[in-house]
Every structure is written in C-alpha cells, then in structure tokens.
Design a binder for this molecule. Structure first.
Ligand code: GLN
Length: 501
C-alpha cells in the first residue's frame, strides 16, 4: 500500500480493497514506529484522524467521494487547522490551538475528503533550509539519519520520503517545498504566486509565500494541487481564475509517449548561471544526465541567461526579513501564543515574551527587517531591493521568449550533515541559490528526483514554468517519470516488508 500512487490508492478505496480507516491506521502505525527517530511529525491526534477517515468511508459508501477522498495527508504546521495545535515550529505558538481552518486545510479535508495524519515539523516560522531552526528539534533525513532533510518543509518531506504519508502540504517562500523535496528524493511543486490561498497559512514574507504539494510523483502533486488551488475571497492576493485540472496534459499525452518522442518540440532553457561555480560536481553530473534524457524524449535545449540571478539571495534577504519583521509584530504576548511568566510593565512584557518566544534565526530576521525598513535605510536597502526584484523577474520574461520551461538543479549540493551550516547563516542561505529567484518572480517551479549524488543521497532536478503554466510543467516532469524510476526509490531504512501485502 505505501508505495502506491494517489491514483492507485484512490482506486483501492473505490474498489473497497481497503477502507480509509484501515489505510489511515496503517500510516498511524508507521508514524508510531518511525517518527521517534525522524521527528517529522510534531503533533498527532489518532482519534481525530480516524474520525475523519470514518467520515471519508461514509462518503465513499454514499457515492459522494472525490478523487482523493479517504487518502491520508501530512500537514505542514504552518497551516492553521481547527482544533489542532498549530505551532509554526516556534515556542511562540507552542500552545496555540487554532480556532479555524486555513483555506488549504478546508479544501483538502472538508471539500476533497483527505484525512490529516498530523502536523509536520518545520523551521521556525519557515525560516531555514535544514529544519534545524525548529523549536521542536531537527528532522532527520530518512535516507541517512546524519544529514538534514532540507527546509523549511523538512517534516513534510521526511514524512513522505519515509512513507509515513502518501502526500503532504508544504510552503515555499524561497525554496521550502522544492529544496526539501530534492534532498529527500521527492517531487515538490511550488505554484504561481496567488494560485493557492494564503488564508490561514501563517505569514512569513507575504509577497513570496505560496503553499503547494509534496508527494512521490508529479502526477500525485498535480492531483493534490487540483484540491488545493482556487480563488479565495479571503486572500487579497488570491487570483481570480477559472478552476484548472492540472493533470489535464497528462492523460492526453500519455498515449504519445509510446511514440518515443513525447516532448518533441519542447524548448528547454538552460540558464548558464545555474551551471556555474558553486554547483557541486556530483549534482552537476546528475542534472546533465537528466537533461540528456530529456533530449531523448524529443526536447531541444537552448542556452538562456538570467543575468541578475546572482542578486537574488541579497535581494531576498532584504525583502523577506522586511516582510517578516512586519508579519511577526503581531506576536506580542497579548493576542497570541507565548507570554513571559514574569515581567514588570507592558513594554517589559512585550520584550520578554518576544525574547523568550522567538529563536535565534527569527530574531536575526526581525533585526535585519527592522533595519532595512527604518528611516534613512529604506531607500538604500528596501527600495533598492524592490527595484532589483523587478529586474530578476524581467530576466525570466526575456528567457521565456526563447524557451517553454527552464531546467537546472534545485539545490547546489545533496543533503548536508546536521549542524554543518548552522554556525554560518550565509552558507545556509546559499542552499536556495537556484530556488529563490523563482519566488521573487512569482513563477511556478517543481523539483523532481533526478538521481543520486555523493553518499547515495538524492538529487533534485528543478523545472521552472512560465506564469500559470503548471499543467505543462507537470506534464514535462511526468514524461521523465514515465521513463525513470528515481521517484519510486524509497530509503532502505524505512522498508518494512513484514507489513506489506
Ligand atoms: N531557506 C529560505 C529561508 O530561510 C527559504 C525558506 C522558505 O521558503 N520558507 O528563508
């Protein structure tokens, strides 16, 4: 069961080969046995999950099921879920039980009928690339317990990689879906900004944050995105567009695959900046081999350039902290979350609550953000970064005149050892060198398993699409997954033959 695709699980549920309660119990058992080592889930509530599974079984029996009804899912703890502890990986929210559902949660649970298995660990307020900034401790990578799973959606990535859930939600502000997907050997999709509602998704940098799916394959991600996407009047940056079926390009072209060149005519842009200094040799080799495979599928490669890409990290580390410093000002010990037990007066209460409630990385971002927004520095940093953001986005507009999708690595290296970059924030920030520009431009991107690099660890191939071109991006990823099996490999440590059928 645990290696089945979402489509296969859906068929098994429809054919009554297994009930949602049985499927949910199977995953809950795996979580109970494997999570103590992985620390991927930080909140679980078996009763709640099983109640949702019973409701899903009733829908299935009544013939009211959708394509994903009854399928279990792991939820990143950044999404507010009614009655669930929602911590965002922070001490600040360590006792916050959400009184309402994020739109993503409502759509997945109430509308589509998926069953939440629990909330997954993450970097505190989604700030990090290794899951080591979490108040709840680091997550371990199922491929090797001594290396990081990536971040900030590290818990979701580890959960799916270890087969503790068939799919998960994530969020991506600078790479937090794609980078952990790459480091854990999964497929992770960051949609065009505005496609998935941010309502009830705890805000980090509002102009960059975007929710999306993480799963074993591109097809699974597309099915999840079908359930997550859509206009939401409660999010002012949600886009009013007709509903889309992100799997639509798959069915129509699967047939063409047998003809051998299913991607004939596809123009794949290779930005020279992606293949420059900083990219480790093992990752470069895997990416080159994957691109060669795309040529065999009929794609033609064209050289493109994103001349301002090297500015994306500095620009991001002005804009994201600026927005974060504003978004996090609400955590004052009065309205939400943690309040210092002892204080003298109101100001002292604010100061102590924030000093004790936030971790070091969050404080660093608040300091940077407050600085770049302050009078006297606003023009020099914030305004300048906004202008550069425009130039970075424009580079993509120019590149997409010459190609249909852009390909390159997701991350410059495979997963690194726990602790290797924690003392040097700039080294940590460089983990997102290939992903951040996509967020600054608001474009969609997907990371798919492309092979294995140093230490037998997974390498992710990133495919970047033009605005709203998710369906094509998924199709391009899917065609590769039809001729490769990297995405089907599971870490040896989690194989439990005794519980398989
Ligand atoms: N690693 C980046 C950061 O620390 C991106 C995180 C994210 O996408 N949420 O900000």
């Amino acid at each position: 069961m645990i290696e089945k695709s979402l489509k296969e699980l859906s068929a098994a549920l429809a054919a009554r080969e297994i009930s949602s309660v049985e499927l949910t119990q199977l995953y809950l058992d795996r979580i109970a046995r494997l999570n103590p080592d992985l620390n991927a889930f930080i909140t679980g509530d078996a009763e709640k999950s099983l109640a949702a599974a019973r409701a899903a079984d009733a829908r299935l029996a009544a013939g009211l099921a959708g394509p994903l009804t009854g399928i279990p899912v792991a939820q990143k703890d950044i999404f507010c879920a009614e009655g669930w502890l929602t911590t965002c990986g922070s001490k600040m929210l360590s006792s916050f039980v959400s009184p309402y559902d994020a739109t993503v949660i409502r759509k997945l649970e109430a509308e589509a009928g998926l069953v939440s298995l629990g909330k997954t660990n993450m970097d505190e307020f989604a700030m990090g690339s290794s899951n080591e900034t979490s108040f709840y401790g680091p997550v371990r990578n199922p491929w090797n317990f001594d290396v990081v799973p990536g971040g900030s959606s590290g818990g979701s990535a580890a959960a799916v990689a270890a087969r503790l859930a068939p799919a998960a939600t994530g969020t991506d502000t600078g790479g937090s879906i794609r980078q952990p997907a790459a480091l854990c050997g999964l497929t992770g999709l960051k949609p065009t900004y505005g496609v998935v509602s941010r309502y009830g998704m705890i805000a980090f940098a509002s102009s960059l944050d975007q929710g999306g799916p993480m799963a074993k394959s591109a097809e699974d991600c597309a099915l999840m995105l079908n359930a997550m996407a859509g206009f939401d009047a409660r999010d002012s940056t949600s886009l009013e567009r007709p509903a889309e079926d992100y799997t639509r390009a798959l069915a129509s072209r699967d047939a063409a695959a047998s003809a051998g060149k299913p991607l004939a005519g596809l123009r794949v842009g290779l930005p020279k900046e992606f293949y420059a200094e900083g990219l480790s040799q093992d990752v470069a080799q895997v990416i080159e081999a994957a691109i060669e495979e795309y040529r065999k599928l009929g794609a033609v490669t064209v050289d493109v350039s994103l001349p301002n890409m090297q500015l994306s990290i500095p620009v991001y580390y002005v804009l994201a902290p600026a927005e974060a410093s504003s978004n996090l000002s609400r955590f004052d010990g009065v309205r939400y979350g943690y309040r210092a037990p002892q204080y003298d007066d109101l100001i002292d209460m604010y100061c102590k609550s924030r000093a004790q409630g936030f971790g070091a990385e969050v404080k660093r971002r608040i300091l940077i953000g407050t600085y770049v927004l302050s009078h006297g520095y606003y023009d020099a940093y914030y305004l300048q970064a906004q202008k550069l953001r425009r130039l970075i986005a424009h580079d993509f507009v120019e590149a997409f005149k010459r190609c249909d999708v852009i390909m390159g690595p997701t991350s410059p290296t495979v997963a690194f050892p726990l602790g290797a970059k924690s003392a040097d924030p700039v080294q940590m920030y460089l983990s997102d060198i290939y992903t951040i520009a996509v967020n600054l431009a608001g474009l969609p991107g997907i990371s798919i398993p492309g092979g294995f690099g140093a230490g037998g660890l997974p390498v992710g191939l990133q495919i970047i699409g033009n605005y709203f071109d998710e369906a094509r991006m998924v199709h391009v990823a899917h065609q590769y997954q039809l001729v490769s099996d990297w995405h089907l490999r599971a870490p040896g440590k989690v194989a439990w033959p005794e519980e398989e059928e």
